[in-house]
Every structure is written in structure tokens, then in C-alpha cells.
Design a binder for this molecule. Structure first.
Ligand code: UT7
Length: 329
């Protein structure tokens, strides 16, 4: 028997119906469509008015099960990348498994902010490669609107809500996840975080009054780190796997800012046609961006295509994953 690799065998997503446009945002805070478009590339984002991260995940995973002809009881493990779980505990994975009747699965939530999906598929792949499991679901989901301060124009224009999910299964043709490089630098936490609600600053009148349960970001600092590190790690994984820019069929970049995406593509020597972009429609959905890109572009992907997934997020966390796509749609 050949070496077992972990391949993505299906992808699905869910986006809430409500569209928050740049025009509407400019009636809420002092901003403009021109500023948001030129600085970020975002035109609109989706907002979930009712429900939680598990509800978006349920929709994405239900569609995934259907697409991949998987019965709920066949699923072994569910990893949910999120910074907006339904509760501090139990995990969103727990809730999701209950809501969908995944009776034989266990799972956990993984906090890596915008790198949640690449951390998730890299760890999920280990359970497949060892031969222990046959069906692992990895979800990237965030209801960012639940932790965004709609009085802070520097953050509220960027983020949106959404969920994406993939199925990982064993592959003996050498397709699927080939390599990953993951990084973490916790000293970056001062630049991008949700200060309260955890054990350091539990909820109190004071934390609420000081708006400490919302995302705080020093955009310029994060931008500098993101631009450098996302480009660097993407070039690094190409070099490590002897991939030239001709060999790479798709860059699947985290959708935080079009300027960061462009810098990463330039560093990799890739033309625009090879870069997945949907930031204009959904903004930054944190752990949701990468599976939502795969979902949007799935029909254009061909068996054997070389994909580089790349992300940077709060923590700081960042990394890149090299995947050989395993199927034609
Ligand atoms: O996904 C997790 C990782 N996160 C990221 O990768 C985000 C990285 N950072 C960014 O994408 C950018 O830094 C932002 C989009 C957040 C901000 O863009 P920027 O070009 O770095 O702007 P800035 O923060 O330097 O602000 C420039 C000016 C400031 O005004 P002054 O001080 O020059 O008068 C801001 O107050 O733009 C102002 N500004 C705005 N103006 C209109 C900030 N936000 C807005 C806004 N509308 N929404």
C-alpha cells in the first residue's frame, strides 16, 4: 500500500443573506466607499442578524455531507477554526456535531484567528495520514459582527460573517496536502486582540463600558507584519517544494486586504489570474476566508492543480499549505 495523504474531497460554504454595503456603513461611521475600496478592496460583507457560528457551520457542513455522499455517522472528527465560538465552552464543534447528528465524531475548536483554517487542515491531515481516521471535517467560521465595534471605523469596515468547510479523506495517488509551514508569535497579541471576555479580563461592567469585548487592531502594525510574513512564508513553501511560479496553479490567500494579497502574489511571481479573490463580496471573515475562496473557485479547479494556501492573523499566527487538488468538479 502506498503512502496515505490527506486530500480535500469536497468543499461547501454558507453566507448569511444580509449584505452590509460600504454605502450603508458610511451612514453608521465616518467613512466612504472610496476609502474602503481603495484601502482594502472591500465593497460589501455579509452579516448574520440572528444565530451563532454553529448555525453557519451547520449549513456549510450539511451541504458538504450531501455533496460528498457522507452519512452523519461516518464522520470521525470535526475541527472548527473560530474566534467567535457560540460559547467559551462547550466547543462549537460539540454543538455542531449535536445539531447535525454526527454521533460517532468528536472534535474541538481551534483558536488561530485568520490562520484557523490552515492550522485546522494541517492538524486534521495528521489523523488521516496515520491511518487512524477516514473522514475529518475542517470548518473555518466566524461571526465577526458579534465582536466588532460598529463605532470604530478602523475595524468595522473590514470584517464580515461566513463559514466554509472541507472534507479530508485518505488518498493513495499522492494528491492532497503535501506540506505546510506554520508559525506563531504571541508577542503580536498587543496589535490585534479581543481584550476582554477571557480569564485575564472577565466580563464586568467596566469591561463592557470600556468596549473591551470588541476587536482592537492597530491596523498599520498588523499590515506591516502581514505583508512581510505572508509573502515570505508563501515563497518559502514554494522553494522548499521546488515549485516555480509556473508550477503553482492557484494562490489561495487570506482575504484581509487586497494590497496584502497583491504583495504576496508579486513575491511568488504569480499573475492575477492565478489568485483567488472574493474580498470585494465578503470582506474579512477571519477563519472563513480560505474555505470560502475554495468554494467560490471550486469549479475552476482541476485534479492535480498545485494550490498554495496562505494566511496571516491575530496572535500573530501565519503560514502556508501546499495542496495538490484531488478532484474535478
Ligand atoms: O486578518 C487579520 C489581519 N489583519 C490585517 O491584515 C489588517 C491589516 N491592516 C490593514 O489592512 C490596514 O492597516 C487597514 C485597512 C486596517 C487601514 O488602512 P491603512 O492604509 O493602514 O490606514 P491607516 O490606519 O494608516 O489610516 C489612514 C487614515 C487615518 O487618518 P489620518 O490619521 O491619516 O488622518 C485614519 O484615521 O485613514 C483613516 N481611516 C479611515 N478613514 C475613512 C481609518 N479607517 C478609516 C475608514 N474610513 N474606515
Amino acid at each position: 500500500m502506498g503512502k496515505i495523504t490527506a486530500a480535500i474531497t469536497g468543499v461547501a460554504g454558507y453566507l448569511p443573506d444580509y449584505i452590509l454595503t460600504n454605502e450603508e456603513l458610511s451612514t453608521i461611521v465616518d467613512t466612504s466607499d472610496e476609502w474602503i475600496t481603495s484601502r482594502t478592496g472591500i465593497k460589501e460583507r455579509r452579516i448574520m442578524k440572528n444565530g451563532a457560528s454553529s448555525d453557519m457551520s451547520v449549513e456549510a457542513v450539511r451541504a458538504l455531507l450531501e455533496k460528498t455522499n457522507t452519512k452523519p455517522e461516518e464522520v470521525d472528527l470535526v475541527i472548527v477554526g473560530t474566534v467567535t465560538p457560540d460559547y467559551p465552552f462547550p466547543s462549537t464543534s460539540n454543538v455542531l456535531c449535536d445539531k447535525l447528528g454526527l454521533k460517532n465524531a468528536w472534535g474541538y475548536d481551534l483558536i488561530a484567528a485568520c490562520s484557523g483554517f490552515i492550522y485546522g487542515i494541517s492538524t486534521g491531515a495528521q489523523f488521516i495520514e496515520t491511518g487512524r481516521y477516514k473522514k475529518v471535517i475542517v470548518v473555518g467560521v466566524d461571526k465577526m459582527s458579534s465582536i466588532i465595534d460598529y463605532q470604530d471605523r478602523t475595524t468595522c469596515v473590514i470584517f464580515g460573517d461566513g463559514a466554509g468547510a472541507v472534507m479530508l479523506e485518505p488518498n493513495e495517488e499522492g494528491l492532497g496536502i503535501q506540506d505546510f509551514i506554520l508559525h506563531a508569535d504571541g508577542s503580536g497579541r498587543e496589535y490585534l486582540l479581543q481584550p476582554a471576555g477571557g480569564s485575564l479580563n472577565p466580563a464586568s461592567h467596566e469591561t463592557v463600558d470600556q468596549r473591551m469585548h470588541f476587536v482592537k487592531q492597530e491596523g498599520k502594525q498588523v499590515f506591516k507584519f502581514a505583508v512581510t510574513n505572508m509573502a515570505e512564508v508563501s515563497a518559502q513553501i514554494m522553494e522548499k517544494n521546488n515549485l516555480s511560479s509556473e508550477d503553482v496553479d492557484w494562490l489561495v490567500p487570506h482575504q484581509a486586504n487586497l494590497r496584502i494579497i497583491d504583495a504576496t502574489a508579486n513575491r511568488m511571481g504569480l499573475p492575477k489570474e492565478k489568485v483567488m479573490i472574493n474580498i470585494q463580496k465578503y470582506g474579512n471573515t477571519t477563519a472563513g476566508t480560505l474555505p470560502l475562496c475554495l468554494w467560490d473557485y471550486e469549479k475552476q479547479l482541476k485534479k492535480g492543480d498545485n494550490l498554495i494556501l496562505s494566511a496571516f492573523g491575530g496572535g500573530f499566527t501565519w503560514g502556508a499549505v501546499y495542496i495538490k487538488w484531488a478532484y474535478n468538479s
